[in-house]
Design a protein around this ligand. Structure first.
Ligand code: NMN
Length: 174
């Protein structure tokens, strides 16, 4: 049997237990996994508080315990959906299967002839990301919803203070 490499794209704002569980499941299918850090150029906003570098740290530190070779690859957004898959492929190690539950992502990979798999868990992930950022803004308990190393990365980045500050500016339309 040959080696299988997967590609899992998400914004990971922040990387949380839903993503972690998803990697656990994907690890049953693949030998290696590329984690595509979507909207890599975005940071310091309510929807995208963390930089690509901070998200790389969250992912790398959270996944060391897996018996899985992982690569975190930042993927910046493009104005042109029609060439997005080529853009992804130009930045990533080659992969055999893409994992996502984002309807646009699935559509673009399918049209490009890439084997793409989805799971009902991905929808939960989206909800969890929003819920997490809302809890961070409201100083409510969020730490138990993320792998332990993510708590350290958020602290190192002063992430809560940053998110609260940018959320104030975002909601004031600045
Ligand atoms: O499933 P989520 O967490 O939303 O992640 C998908 C990522 O893929 C996002 O960062 C999104 O911006 C990105 N994406 C970008 C394009 C584009 O740049 N044209 C198209 C489809 C998905």
């Amino acid at each position: 049997m040959g080696m299988t490499r997967g590609f899992y794209i998400g914004r990971f704002q922040p990387f949380h237990n839903g993503h972690y569980n998803m990697v656990e499941r994907i690890a049953e299918d693949v030998d290696e996994l590329v984690l595509g850090i979507g909207s890599a150029g975005d940071s310091h906003s309510t929807r995208n508080p963390f930089t690509a570098g901070e998200r790389i740290m969250m992912i790398t530190k959270s996944l060391v315990e897996f018996d899985l070779v992982t690569y975190a690859v930042p993927i910046e957004d493009l104005e042109r959906n029609s060439v997005w898959v080529s853009h992804v492929q130009s930045m990533s190690p080659d992969f055999d299967i893409a994992y996502s539950n984002n309807p646009l992502v699935i559509q673009l990979f399918r049209e490009a002839g890439v084997d793409v798999r989805q799971s009902p868990m991905f929808n939960r992930d989206v909800l969890e990301g929003t819920e997490l950022r809302e809890r961070m803004i409201a100083d409510e308990n969020w730490e138990r919803l993320v792998p332990d190393p993510v708590v350290d990365v958020v602290e190192e980045a002063n992430g809560i203070e940053r998110l609260q500050m940018v959320n104030d500016s975002d909601s004031n339309g600045q």
